[in-house]
Structure formats: structure tokens, C-alpha cells
Design a protein around this ligand. Structure first.
Ligand code: GLN
Length: 484
């Protein structure tokens, strides 16, 4: 099933050559066969999913059509799907079940999609490798001794390993794009506000976005179009210009497209093999008449510091709700403050604690101006860089990561090394602009992705550009060596 796109399944379902029940059963079987190795899935409710599949079949039979009708979707376990566990990859939510559907899930179900499983992640989406999951970490299907990338590790592995044609992750500073690059799938981080955050467990609220994941950009358009748009439950949500073009995505016109290659992204540290694949990808665009030229985003060098100051500050505030009073695990203790302290001490992992401490420090009296406020000012300068450069070019093309997936344990002893894995992915989220990762080929048997970044609300153009590239190449159809 790996290597088959959601658009292919869509055609099969619409033509009546296939039923959603058969497809859903095949996906569940594949999870059953492979997931004891890959650990991408944290929970399933096969009967519930099959029931939704049969309902989709009934709708198909009476001639109803929707981009996602009958298609299985894997969901990152920090999104609320009513009645299912929402662990966030943490012990602190042991036993907690979601009591409502996130808006994105409610819209998918209404359009007839079939939620299939909840997927593994770094605890509360904090991490770059998947290794900070409090449960056994997911493995990279291309090389099981390597990390899949994080934090949406399970969602990406589920698509790469052919468990399901579609998945949802979340992206605060790179969490759909980095694992997509490590596992050879396509993933979009939309413009801030285009997908409702209602029902997405908050990590850093000014940066969090839901991110659709699939084999191709055309596949992503299927789920994205159904989910996008303003939601009264999220006051930061907005409508997406051009959303009507998503139901049947067409390849964008590359002739005359102005592509900027930011000098700051192609410097020291970028692996030579990855660089050469990126150059090949850029040549594909040029051969179609795109005009590529070097540009500069001078404040990029402050991006990692800015991101981690803002992210940890917001994390420290958002995490205060996990206190043992309302959700999940509650420690046995004499008084209320003892109970809260013990619950948090036992329930939260080291990376989450580190971020709470860092964030509380950044926001405390006497340090606020020097850290948090300064980071906000740097964020404005970073956004201004993008605004200026998009007066000269239509999109930017950059690497997604310094190299290919790294071995387990390579960065867990050194938090700074782990943070630096995000060096190419944290900048665009600070500006709220859309970006996506698409497969660019294999380097020594491991996938490398290329990132496209566009101006605010150019999401549809970005997907059309990616679709044009994928109509000319086959990298996205390569799949990992797994048993059928
Ligand atoms: N790796 C980044 C971090 O640890 C991004 C995480 C994310 O996007 N959720 O913060």
C-alpha cells in the first residue's frame, strides 16, 4: 500500500472499484502487522473506524462525493477525537479520554473521512526526533536504527509505512516538516490561522498550527480544503484565499516563477549529499522556466534563540493546566500543593520540565525585558525580512534539515544539539507564513526533503507549485523497504 496516493484511492472509491470498509480494514491489518516494530500508533478503535467506513460507503453509494469521503486519516495524539485517549505522548494524561472533537477532526468526519488511529509524538509536541515520547519512540521505516524526526513522528511514519494515505500532525517550529524530510513524505505547515486550533493541545499558542501530511501535495489538498477556514471556536482563525482550488489541485505554472534561495540557509553545516539533491530539485524548477536567484534574510541567525525563548515562555504558561486536578494522572499526596507537585514531577518528562523552567525564567520579573521582550522584537525583524524578500520573489526554496535522519541517542544527551536540528524550520513559523516539505531524493538510502516557503496566505499557490514539481519527479513515490 505504500507509494499509492490518496488521489488514487479517491478515484477507486468514486468509481466503485473499492469500498472504504475494505480500505480501512487493509490499513488496520497493516498497523497490526508492522507497528510492533515501528511504534507509530498509540491507540486504535477498529470497530469505531470500521463503522465510520461503512457509513462513508453508504454515502458513496447514493452518489455523494467529497475529497475525503471514505479515506482513512491517522491523527497525532495531541488532537482531541471524542471518546479516544489523548495522551500527548505523556504519562501525565494517563487514562484521559477526549470529550469532544477538535474542529479539524469534526470537519473531516462531517466530510466522510475515517479517523483510523492516534499517533505517537514527542511529549506535548516538544522535540525534533520522536525520542521524547514517554512511550516507546516511533522508528524510521527507512532505517529502524534511526529516528523518524519529530514531533509528529507517528503521523509521518504512518504515511511513510503505508498505514494510511493521510495524516494530521502539528507544527510549532518544524514538527511536520522535519519528520517528513526524514521519512520521504509531503507535509504542509499552513499560514497561521488557516486551520482552527480548537482541540489541538496547546504548546506555544502563537506558533502552533495543525499540519496535513500525505504522499503528495495533491493528497494534502484533499484534507486541507475540507478543514480550512474560519472557526468561531478559535478567534485567531481566518478563511483561506483560493480554498476552492484545493478540491482538484492543478499543477502551478513554473514559467517565470521567481524562486529565492536565501544565502543564510545554504551555509556551513549543510550536508554535501543533501546540498546536491537540493541543487537537482532547483534545476527541475529552472528547466521549467522558473527564475532562481540568491536572496538574503539577515535576521535568520537569531531565529533559533528567538524561537526557543518565545516557545518556552508560552509552554510554561500552557503547561500549568496539567496539575492533577482536572485531567489524567493524579498523584497520591496529603495536601493540594503536594499533590500538584508530585503529579507534575512524576507525570512530566525531562524535556517538558526543562522548557517550563526556561519559560518561567524568561518571563520572571527582572528578566522579562532582557529575554522575552527582546525575543518579540527579534520576531518582528524576522517577519520584516520575509516581507521585504517577498517583494522580489514569489517563493523561497531551502533545505529542511542539515542532513538525513540521525541514529537514536545521537542528540538526547545534548539539548542544544537537538534544538539546532530545527535551524531551517523555526524561522517561517515566527512570521506566521506557510511552508511545506517535499521529498527531493535519497542520499545513501535515506530521504532528503526540500522546503518551499511562501508569503502569508499563499498556501494554495505553494501546494500548486509543489504539485508541479511532483508531476515532473517521482521522489515522493519512493517508499521504504518494508514487507508488503
Ligand atoms: N522541534 C521543535 C521544538 O522542539 C518544534 C516542535 C514542534 O513543531 N511541535 O520545539
Amino acid at each position: 500500500m505504500a507509494g499509492i496516493t490518496a488521489v488514487d484511492w479517491r478515484e477507486g472509491l468514486d468509481a466503485g472499484n473499492l469500498s472504504s470498509e475494505v480500505l480501512t480494514r487493509a490499513c488496520l491489518d497493516r498497523i497490526g502487522r508492522l507497528d510492533h516494530h515501528l511504534h507509530a500508533v498509540l491507540s486504535v478503535d477498529p470497530e469505531y473506524s470500521l463503522d465510520l467506513a461503512r457509513r462513508a460507503d453508504a454515502r458513496l453509494q447514493v452518489g455523494e462525493r467529497s475529497p475525503v469521503l471514505g479515506l482513512p486519516v491517522v491523527i497525532k495524539d495531541n488532537l482531541h477525537w471524542s471518546g479516544m485517549p489523548v495522551s500527548c505522548g505523556s504519562r501525565v494524561l494517563d487514562g484521559y479520554l477526549a470529550t469532544y472533537d477538535a474542529t479539524v477532526i469534526q470537519r473531516l468526519i462531517a466530510a466522510g473521512a475515517v479517523p483510523l488511529a492516534k499517533a505517537n509524538l514527542d511529549e506535548f509536541a516538544m522535540g525534533s526526533s520522536g525520542e521524547y515520547s514517554a512511550l516507546a519512540p516511533a522508528r524510521n521505516p527507512w532505517d529502524q536504527d534511526r529516528v523518524p524526526g519529530g514531533s509528529s513522528s507517528g503521523s509521518v511514519v504512518a504515511v511513510a509505512a503505508g498505514y494510511a494515505p493521510l495524516a494530521l500532525g502539528s507544527d510549532t517550529g518544524g514538527s511536520v516538516r522535519l519528520p517528513a524530510s526524514f521519512c520521504n513524505v509531503t507535509a504542509l505547515r499552513p499560514s497561521y490561522g488557516v486551520l482552527s486550533r480548537y482541540g489541538l493541545t496547546a504548546m506555544a499558542s502563537s506558533l502552533d498550527q495543525v499540519g496535513p501530511i500525505a504522499t503528495s501535495a495533491a493528497d494534502i489538498a484533499l484534507t486541507f480544503g475540507v478543514m480550512a477556514g474560519r472557526d468561531p471556536m478559535d478567534s485567531t482563525s481566518v478563511d483561506l484565499p483560493g480554498a476552492e482550488r484545493l478540491a482538484a489541485l492543478q499543477p502551478g505554472n513554473l514559467k517565470g516563477l521567481r524562486i529565492g534561495l536565501p544565502r543564510e540557509y545554504f551555509g556551513e553545516g549543510l550536508d554535501a549529499g543533501a546540498r546536491s539533491l537540493l541543487e537537482d530539485a532547483i534545476r527541475v524548477f529552472e528547466d521549467q522556466g522558473a527564475i532562481c536567484r540568491e536572496v538574503s534574510l539577515p535576521h535568520t541567525r537569531y531565529a533559533i534563540d528567538t524561537y526557543y525563548l518565545i516557545c518556552t515562555s508560552e509552554v510554561s504558561s500552557n503547561m500549568s493546566r496539567f496539575d492533577g486536578v482536572r485531567f489524567g494522572h493524579r498523584a497520591d499526596a496529603g495536601g493540594l500543593s503536594d499533590m500538584i507537585a508530585k503529579t507534575r514531577d512524576m507525570g512530566l518528562g525531562p524535556e517538558v520540565k526543562r522548557r517550563i523552567l526556561l519559560g518561567v525564567f524568561c518571563l520572571s520579573k527582572g528578566y522579562y525585558d532582557a529575554f522575552y521582550l527582546k525575543a518579540l522584537k527579534a520576531r518582528t525583524l524576522i517577519s520584516e525580512d520575509f516581507r521585504r524578500v517577498f517583494e522580489e520573489v514569489d517563493v523561497l526554496a531551502t533545505p529542511v534539515s542539515l542532513g538525513t535522519a540521525f541514529p537514536f541517542g545521537a542528540k538526547t544527551q545534548d539539548p542544544m544539539a537537538m534544538y539546532l536540528a530545527d535551524v531551517y524550520t523555526v524561522t517561517a513559523p515566527l512570521a506566521g507564513i506557510p511552508c511545506l516539505c517535499l521529498p527531493a531524493g535519497l542520499n545513501e538510502g535515506l530521504p532528503v526533503g526540500i522546503q518551499l516557503i511562501g508569503p502569508a496566505f499563499s498556501d494554495v499557490m505553494l501546494l500548486e507549485t509543489a504539485h508541479a514539481y511532483q508531476s515532473l519527479t517521482r521522489h515522493h513515490l519512493e517508499h521504504p523497504p518494508l514487507p508488503e
